[in-house]
Design a protein around this ligand. Structure first.
Ligand code: AMP
Ligand code: MG
Length: 420
């Protein structure tokens, strides 16, 4: 069976752009606010109420008329006490004060809350000793959000603050982008699931760590993994496993995409009618990486080497998943780092080197490599907190040279421009 047509090798940024262009934002669905953490809003949410709903006190103290405290000290008659959760029964007249707690509605007539620390804390009468609070400490109705105003706009990811806003404005069901279902398939006759570790101990098999890293990466990126297991290195097994990707929004395979005699992934996709956009990118790790469409479902063919799998996931799969789930900022924001040691690379490719980036007291970031950069050394990925990017064409860099680093891990910042 012939391979799909072999396109020329792409630069990384072009390949990433093609993947991003080739996937589309998913449709939307209503979800309960309590289930919405991490989801991206698909429609504006308008407030059902004024927030705060009434002019209220920013301090524990006394609501007064500022004209009455033009000269201090001054004694005022305290007409009532209003706690948060209560309402004033009367307006403040000249010569009067209402004892008031933080959050309680400010009575009519008052334009000032004098903090209790500036008074004698009296109950029936109060001595105001300092007037620095004149015309202060009244939080006006709607100062946060007016009724009917947009509380949150589309594209916003719902974290703790956003969910708090939604609760405060009465949004109990909201429209968010659907969560991408991401099919994960490994392939290789040498691979077993961890429950068959006796075969690993016996020296016959290795654990398919890619199933584990990909599953966790998909979840971390906001997708829902659909685990297709491990296919053998036969066309039939690959076909059979891929058939179970029905309903997936994205198919990720690992392994079997290079030029080995048993690398059938591209063949099988071609037999199934897939179109292939590219399968080689000028990068290391991860040179053989494929992208195409299988019956309308985007497919990413990641290389099998465990580090290559993770690095190509970062560069290609994570932005694809983020686009599908409604994010505008798709790519990890990079940071400038200074090399602690010289580095050299052997070939003119864009290199993504595993590194430990350290932030110093003066804010400077420095980077050192985790050691040997073979794409089989998965433990180095576990030690790294960033990938240092060596631009294609650069082969040697001295200590002190400045490079960009892509942070790894769940909670980095994202940008809408690849490479920024
Ligand atoms: P391949 O891309 O199939 O040529 O595999 C390249 C290397 O990655 C080989 O050493 C494989 O044993 C290894 N490999 C492939 N798939 C996995 C996997 N799912 N988990 C761990 N290692 C893998
Ligand atoms: Mg293989």
């Amino acid at each position: 069976m012939a391979h799909l047509p072999t396109k020329h090798q792409l630069e990384v940024d072009e390949a990433v752009a093609r993947v991003v262009a080739g996937v589309t934002r998913l449709d939307t669905e209503p979800v309960a606010r309590a289930e919405a953490r991490g989801r991206v809003l698909a429609a504006p949410v308008r407030s059902r109420v004024f927030l705060p709903p009434w002019d209220n006190s920013a301090m524990d103290g006394y609501a007064v008329r500022s004209a009455d405290i033009a000269t201090v000290p001054v004694r005022l008659r305290v007409t009532e006490t209003v706690a948060a959760g209560q309402f004033p029964s009367r307006a403040v007249q000249a010569g009067e004060a209402t004892r008031i707690m933080t959050g309680a509605p400010v009575p009519d007539g008052a334009d000032t809350v004098v903090r209790v620390e500036d008074t004698d804390a009296g109950i029936d009468q109060v001595e105001i000793r300092v007037n620095r609070d004149a015309r202060k400490n009244v939080r006006p109705r709607g100062e946060d959000i007016a009724a009917g105003a947009e509380a949150l706009g589309p594209g916003v990811m719902l974290g703790p603050a956003q969910l708090g806003v939604l609760a405060a404005v009465g949004a109990e069901t909201i429209e968010v982008f659907r969560t991408p279902r991401v099919a994960i398939l490994s392939s290789g006759d040498e691979l077993v699931t961890p429950d068959r570790f006796d075969e690993v101990v016996a020296g016959r098999k290795i654990v398919s760590s890619n199933n584990v890293t990909l599953r966790e990466l998909v979840i971390e990126a906001g997708g829902e993994p659909l685990e297709l297991g491990i296919a053998a290195d036969t066309r039939a097994s690959l076909r059979e496993h891929l058939a179970r990707a029905q309903g997936a929004d994205l198919i990720i395979t690992s392994g079997g995409i290079s030029v080995g005699a048993f690398d059938y992934v591209r063949d099988v996709l071609a037999e199934l009618g897939a179109s292939l956009d590219f399968w080689r990118v000028r990068m290391r790790p991860g040179a053989p990486i494929g992208f195409g469409m299988l019956g309308g479902t985007p497919w990413l063919g990641l290389p099998g080497n465990p580090v290559s799998t993770m690095v190509t996931f970062e560069l290609f799969a994570r932005p694809a998943i983020r686009k599908m789930r409604g994010h505008a900022a798709l790519h990890r924001a990079r940071a400038a780092v200074t090399l602690e040691e010289p580095i050299s690379v052997g070939v003119e490719l864009t290199h993504f080197l595993r590194a430990v980036v350290t932030r110093h007291d003066d804010g400077r970031l420095t980077a050192r490599l985790t050691g040997p950069q073979s794409s089989g050394i998965l433990s180095s990925m576990a030690r790294a907190n960033a990938l240092v990017v060596v631009p294609r064409g650069t082969l040697q860099l001295p200590a002190g040279a400045s490079l960009q680093a892509i942070p790894l891990g769940g909670d980095g910042a994202f940008t809408d421009r690849f490479g920024a």
